[in-house]
Design a protein around this ligand. Structure first.
Ligand SMILES: [Zn+2]
Length: 319
């Protein structure tokens, strides 16, 4: 994979890369965006391109690239939360390592994953290094919650914001990764444009099982008397509320696509979507409402049954 393959961001990152290689600007890049939007992948590609000694960087084949990919390049320092945060000791260790000359004559490269997990004192320790760049270190801070970083850290960084791709662009990225076109389109639809999430779904049997369970529950809805029975299998599944609502949301969007006369993303399930008695917009509204109720501490069984009663009262079509 090349930086220029990155739908939507390749050009900007190529330009930044040229600036870095010419010794201009940036000692620190802050890559932000939702889970699965590609910021960590981009940080790694960029870092690899910086250590690469081949042509067409990152070449993936030179000794430096191989060391990078094996996680054993001596000048690349990856910091990530081992437990629930990144503490000041880990940052001090990093600073000590940066005080040494880079082994391979280039620059030190630091990738901080989930940078929002840096404790305030760790951030203050890091800030000092960011403020006095030796010219030999390049920092990549990756986070989906930049609000957790001190403003002084953010102001030292050049920020690159990632967002989810359009479903079409996401499918394109998946195809270039070798996923066959129909599957790529389906995954892109399921993940609503998040490449990372699509790849998770692709490899995740648990997700598929959960999805089947949710769809079976929706299909069991048929009037008020059916609500308790339809909801029961989902109610006992504590801790998966978010994922279950996510499945419903994607199903609702596809119902809306189909009910507007277009082709659904989940093409393998077209017949099943056509059989559904649920109105897509009503289901989507139900999901939004259930999320609000969960956020205000309504229990999952209550939120789910409220949604189902609403659906059976006014969200079923052809009745
Ligand atoms: Zn290389």
């Amino acid at each position: 994979m090349k930086i220029s393959d990155f739908a939507g961001y390749g050009d900007k990152m190529e330009q930044l890369m040229r600036s870095v290689q010419a010794g201009r600007i940036v000692h620190a890049l802050l890559l932000t965006g939702p889970h699965g939007s590609g910021k960590r992948t981009m940080a790694r590609l960029f870092a690899q391109a910086m250590v690469c000694t081949g042509h067409d960087r990152p070449c993936g084949a030179c000794p430096a690239c191989k060391r990078f990919l094996a996680g054993s390049h001596p000048d690349v320092h990856v910091v990530r939360p081992e437990k629930k945060s990144i503490g000041v000791d880990e940052v001090r260790e990093l600073i000590d390592a940066l005080a040494l000359r880079p082994y391979e004559g280039g620059r030190h490269i630091v990738i901080v994953e989930q940078a929002d997990k840096l404790t305030p004192s760790a951030q203050n320790a890091l800030l000092k290094t960011l403020e006095s760049p030796s010219g030999e270190a390049m920092f990549f801070l990756v986070t989906d919650a930049p609000g957790a970083l001190l403003p002084t850290i953010v102001s030292r960084c050049q920020t690159v914001r990632f967002s989810d791709l359009s479903v079409e662009d996401c499918a394109g990225v998946l195809k270039r990764r070798g996923i066959e076109p129909e599957r790529a389109r389906e995954l892109a639809g399921l993940s609503q444009g998040s490449v990372g999430r699509a790849l998770e779904i692709d490899g995740d049997g648990e997700y598929r099982a959960l999805r089947q369970k949710v769809l079976a529950s929706l299909e069991a809805l048929n009037g008020r008397a059916s609500v308790a029975g339809a909801a029961a299998p989902l109610e006992e599944d504590k801790g998966s509320e978010d994922a279950m609502l996510g499945v419903m949301e994607i199903w609702a969007r596809d119902l809306m696509v189909l009910q507007s006369g277009a082709l659904p993303y989940q093409s393998g399930d077209e017949a099943r979507l056509r059989r559904s008695k649920i109105d897509g917009r009503a289901l989507l509204n139900g999901v939004v409402l259930a999320r609000m109720q969960l956020a205000s501490n309504v229990s999952w069984p209550n939120a789910l049954e409220n949604m189902y009663f609403q659906l059976t009262d006014s969200g079923l079509i052809g009745r």
